[in-house]
Design a protein around this ligand. Structure first.
Ligand code: URA
Length: 471
């Protein structure tokens, strides 16, 4: 037997030694009786005894399949690599029993991974350092923690967490993803405030038009329900689903100005089939489930606009930052604080304007314990414009103020410099006025104190002008 079942590195080292030593699969006893070649003796075979090259696809599948609980797996995988070392095209033989087994088992593991990504729920443990600590209990079908933990590392980069499973635990404290012994459900508290956030999130992304009960049961099998705070809401959400679908039908979306641009047409078709946005709450729900560009993969959540539904002024920023991504609200981090100050100086009440962003998911690069903001590409801004346009159509502001270049691109669909647009009031199709100004984080980045003070004064003047125009 392997010392650590499911450990690919260990299995690979043993298999490599056996292959190099020319030990046939039928002569190996992977299950630990006295007969057959000694597994761990095989590790000692020098690498120079013969280098065997194997198809990358096979090794990638073996890396996953070794996590399967079936005790036959190490032996079956060894038989496959033994055969593949002699028959290059082995994987192309779809009717081969070993190949068929490999693909089916790999599929089962990938499904288990998908379930774990979807159904792990963290509970708050407390805060001893500046970072908060969370823990989650999960029982995957197979030993997949090693394969899933990096996903949670990317997703919950800024907090300390442990995921405890019966076989092993993964621990992240901002530096190294480490693994330890398995545990029990009792180690992880049953509920806390994070549950309310999950339930709100689930309620927000719940789309009754997509409900297919059987598919839902298959997708969210009952065995996971005890871990899922939102599971208790499913019955009531379903009960209200019929009425909501009816309302969605009545307010069917009309797609104004379909574009010829390939991306956009695809996005619009996609949305036309699945979404129906009649209110800001519908929009938040739609954006919450948006997967139309890769930015949703690593962000914690989508952040939609906030403010009065009939605001006269809409302020458009670039994208949520680290804080916004965690809190789910626009402009609550350092740039937001500066914006609050500047709005006040300009005589504008933050609660009277509608604040939103050109891009609804946080784009960042992990660096040490931090997530560093990255500018969205024009492609990402253009894909997300569908949502911004919807927000504009729902709020119908008289005036839009764009903060920075990405916002300007998001609103106009064109690349223009802020300098060329600043200082003039522009008019958008439909008569909405546009003022283009800088982004508050530009001020935060300026090293020169005098220049920053000058820029700040000009920024306040732009916002004061917006106030007067909208008055
Ligand atoms: N920067 C933005 O552009 N938007 C936010 O919501 C926060 C920071």
């Amino acid at each position: 037997m392997l010392r650590t079942p499911g450990d690919f590195a260990e299995w690979r080292a043993v298999a490599r030694g056996l292959l190099a030593g020319g030990v046939a699969p039928e002569d190996v006893n992977w299950r630990g009786s006295e007969e057959g070649a000694s597994l761990f003796g095989a590790e000692a075979v020098p690498a120079s005894a013969g280098v065997v090259s194997l198809p990358r696809e096979l090794l990638e599948m073996a890396d996953r399949v070794i996590c399967h609980r079936d005790p036959q797996v190490p032996a079956r995988l060894y038989r496959l690599v033994w055969r593949a070392a002699r028959e290059r095209q082995l994987l192309a033989r779809t009717t081969d029993a070993d190949v068929d087994w490999l693909r089916r088992t790999d599929k089962a593991i990938r499904r288990d991974i998908h379930k774990m990504h979807a159904f792990v729920r963290f509970r708050r443990l407390g805060q001893e350092t500046e970072r908060e600590s969370f823990a989650a209990w999960f029982e995957p079908d197979h030993r997949i923690l090693r394969l899933t933990a990096p996903f949670f590392q990317r997703r919950f980069y800024g907090m300390d967490w442990a995921i405890v499973t019966p076989d092993a635990r993964a621990i992240w404290q901002g530096e190294v993803l480490s693994y330890g012994a398995g545990g029990t459900r009792g180690e992880v508290p049953d509920s806390d405030v994070v549950e309310d956030q999950w339930r709100t999130y689930y309620g927000a992304i719940f789309n009754p038009a997509r409900v297919k009960i059987d598919a839902m049961r298959a997708e969210m099998p009952k065995k996971y329900w005890h871990n899922l705070p939102e599971a208790q809401d499913i019955a009531s959400l379903l009960a209200g689903a019929g009425a909501r679908v009816e309302r969605m039908r009545e307010t069917a979306v009309s797609l104004a100005n379909p574009q010829t641009d390939k991306w956009r047409t695809r996005v619009i078709d996609d949305l036309a089939q699945t979404d129906d946005i009649g209110t800001l709450a519908d929009l938040a729900r739609g954006v919450g489930g948006c997967t139309r560009c890769p930015l949703h993969c690593d962000a914690t959540q989508a952040v939609t606009g906030e403010g009065p539904g009939a605001a006269r002024i809409m302020l458009v920023g670039e994208q949520p930052g680290d804080r916004e991504d965690l809190e789910g609200r626009p402009f609550v981090g350092p740039a937001g604080q500066l914006l609050n100050e500047v709005l006040e100086e300009a005589g504008l009440d933050r609660t009277s304007v509608f604040l939103t962003n050109a891009v609804k998911h946080f784009k960042f690069e992990p660096r040490g314990k931090r997530r560093l903001h990255q500018n969205p590409t024009t492609g990402e801004i253009d894909i997300c414009r569908w949502w911004l346009d919807k927000e504009r159509a729902l709020v119908q502001p008289d005036l839009i103020v764009t903060l920075g270049g990405s916002a300007l691109r998001g609103v106009t669909g064109k690349s223009a410099s802020i300098t060329s647009m600043r200082g003039t009031v522009h008019e958008l199709a439909g008569g909405t006025k546009l003022i283009a100004t800088i982004h508050p984080s530009f001020l935060l980045r300026l090293p020169d104190h005098d220049r920053a003070a000058e820029e700040r004064t000009a920024f306040v003047a732009d916002l004061a002008r917006a106030r007067k125009l909208a008055a």
